[in-house]
Design a protein around this ligand. Sequence first.
Ligand SMILES: Cc1cc2nc3c(=O)[nH]c(=O)nc-3n(C[C@H](O)[C@H](O)[C@H](O)COP(=O)(O)OP(=O)(O)OC[C@H]3O[C@@H](n4cnc5c(N)ncnc54)[C@H](O)[C@@H]3O)c2cc1C
Ligand SMILES: *[C@@H]1O[C@H](CO)[C@@H](O)[C@H](O)[C@H]1NC(C)=O
Ligand SMILES: *[C@@H]1O[C@H](CO)[C@@H](O)[C@H](O)[C@H]1NC(C)=O
Ligand SMILES: *[C@@H]1O[C@H](CO)[C@@H](O)[C@H](O)[C@H]1NC(C)=O
Ligand SMILES: *[C@@H]1O[C@H](CO)[C@@H](O)[C@H](O)[C@H]1NC(C)=O
Ligand SMILES: *[C@@H]1O[C@H](CO)[C@@H](O)[C@H](O)[C@H]1NC(C)=O
Ligand SMILES: *[C@@H]1O[C@H](CO)[C@@H](O)[C@H](O)[C@H]1NC(C)=O
Ligand SMILES: *[C@@H]1O[C@H](CO)[C@@H](O)[C@H](O)[C@H]1NC(C)=O
Length: 527
Amino acid sequence: MFSKGLLAVLAAQTCAAAVSKARDDATCTKTTVAILGGGMAGVAAAQALHNSSIEDFVLIEYRDTLGGRVAHTDFGKDANGKPYTVELGANWVQGLGSPGGPENPIWTFAKKWHLNNTYSNYSSILTYDETGFNDYASMLDDFEDLYDDASEQAGILLKENLQDQTARTGLALAGWRPKVDDMKAQAVEWWEWDWEDSYSPDESSFIFGAAGENLTFNQFSDANNYVWDQRGYNHLIKGEASTFLKKNDPRLHLNSIVTNITYTDDGVTIQKKDGSCVQAAYAVCTFSLGVLQNSDLTFSPKLPYWKRTAIEKFSMGTYTKIFLQFNETFWPRDTQYFLYADPTTRGYYPVWQSLSAPGFIPESNIIFVTVVSQEAYRVERQSDEETQKEVMKVLREMYPDKDIPEPTAFMYPRWSTTPWAYGSYSNWPPSTTLEMHENLRANVDRLWFAGEATSAGYFGFLHGAWFEGRDAGEQIVALLKDKCSNVSDTSDDCGNRRYYEKLSGSSPLADYSVFDGWPVSSFYSSS
Ligand SMILES: Cc1cc2nc3c(=O)[nH]c(=O)nc-3n(C[C@H](O)[C@H](O)[C@H](O)COP(=O)(O)OP(=O)(O)OC[C@H]3O[C@@H](n4cnc5c(N)ncnc54)[C@H](O)[C@@H]3O)c2cc1C
Ligand SMILES: *[C@@H]1O[C@H](CO)[C@@H](O)[C@H](O)[C@H]1NC(C)=O
Ligand SMILES: *[C@@H]1O[C@H](CO)[C@@H](O)[C@H](O)[C@H]1NC(C)=O
Ligand SMILES: *[C@@H]1O[C@H](CO)[C@@H](O)[C@H](O)[C@H]1NC(C)=O
Ligand SMILES: *[C@@H]1O[C@H](CO)[C@@H](O)[C@H](O)[C@H]1NC(C)=O
Ligand SMILES: *[C@@H]1O[C@H](CO)[C@@H](O)[C@H](O)[C@H]1NC(C)=O
Ligand SMILES: *[C@@H]1O[C@H](CO)[C@@H](O)[C@H](O)[C@H]1NC(C)=O
Ligand SMILES: *[C@@H]1O[C@H](CO)[C@@H](O)[C@H](O)[C@H]1NC(C)=O
């Protein structure tokens, strides 16, 4: 039995909810579709609506600009004192396209908007340890040979719907077993795995790590092109947005922080920090997994348990680029990458990238080093001065014969605490099924979810965000055009997305005849 006191509290809450609903009704901006977030997924969702002649939408964005995690800033200066543009977030177009084969949509846009970019040559690498140059590059080939065997095994597990493992297990079974004190092998493994996933093999799914690699790099192409355009990589996102938003378009709400999302089976109300609100028939939330995991944002009603489990299960990684500009390029001019093996700490300032290399910005004298995961959190917690000291010590170990001056500019972002991202990009944890991922992707009532993390095939990548934004937009178009009046129909392009109240721990691949738009056969057919 409820106590009288509790009943009174419940009654008061219901009453307060009714009052707040009434206020919303009176004052909220009304629209058909509210798109939450102006990154790649949000822009793709809006464009999908526009392409189907649905123009009654709003795009609500935290920052004063579109682009989301494709973000740049001014850094250092050139000979005329003008700053360079460097990318804080996404930097490469990953997997381009091959003649006759499918093309990565981001590559299509990069060409359309004439972004300056250069082929990243992962063979253009020199290896170092605490004594300076030390050639262990042949270990990179050792890893890659064994990786191919591992990936083949992962393909069998995927196809036969068998138990997932950690990537650590899969790599070890294929014969890759670096000793804990073999720091060169640890550096090689970091370059091959952590650098891409922003987590170690121990923290990554064997099946979906390998499958994701295949879907991007076997399907499109194995090339990664590095964008160094001085307008910024997000020029292509702003460019695509300009195809359907006019200048000062009232549908674009910049500098708008969403704090509460109220969803029902007949609409969604979005509360902003400034007290204003938007009421929509449908909404697409494209906030990062990090934002969903953080309590800055509240949902009412509270998201169902199956949804919250999925949100907490997937991992949000942090990838931190630390930029340095010098008055001269003292490192080898013709090389793109430098790999450093620290004698005691795995992942300690391991991968250095030169922007002074040919084809990039040769006169810039800019180099940057990347850390991820625990090392990224550590660096993001400490001051610029502390980090600069550590970084300079490593550089002086790598080039003991050089008299290295202090940098003329030094800077890095702190993604793990940035309130509109809370991390860099998602990763698929071990022993996590497609079922669980479907729960991350599923709508709750009229509220849809899209973004990098909801892409089963391309999580972590910009093209994943684009495919997912388009897909959510198209599903809402279908619902609005009443093509999906049958709510029991949970097929891919119509009605509610499938979800599992209870997870069985397995998900037959046969249920996924179409995987993010591409046939599953592309997972394991050699192309
Ligand atoms: C350091 C780093 C390196 C990367 N490298 C690459 C790479 O080389 N290649 C690649 O393909 N991908 C890379 N990525 C991943 C890529 O950037 C993302 O996959 C992609 O940009 C995600 O797009 P999205 O639309 O899903 O999310 P987002 O870009 O995060 O868009 C979501 C939007 O929602 C807004 N938002 C969040 N919270 C709120 C709120 N409460 N109210 C209102 N608005 C809110 C945010 O400001 C943001 O604009 C990298 C990412 C990072 C951070
Ligand atoms: C919208 O249509 C344009 C023109 O055909 C196309 O380039 C773009 O990819 C489409 N966008 C989406 C999200 O489908
Ligand atoms: C990549 O770098 C290696 C090593 O310097 C070089 O041999 C190779 O030709 C380069 N490849 C391309 C495509 O530039
Ligand atoms: C693109 O590259 C060309 C050739 O190096 C350069 O002249 C131009 O300024 C660059 N443009 C941008 C926007 O980066
Ligand atoms: C809205 O969210 C904020 C936190 O961002 C919370 O303090 C507040 O109680 C929420 N309001 C409602 C009506 O849920
Ligand atoms: C860069 O600075 C160092 C230390 O001040 C100096 O020795 C060196 O000559 C400078 N290099 C150039 C190209 O000016
Ligand atoms: C609705 O969809 C379900 C599932 O696909 C199907 O079994 C049912 O026959 C459909 N109902 C109508 C009226 O089409
Ligand atoms: C990846 O592709 C290779 C080559 O086509 C294939 O052998 C392997 O099974 C695939 N692995 C996964 C996990 O899809």
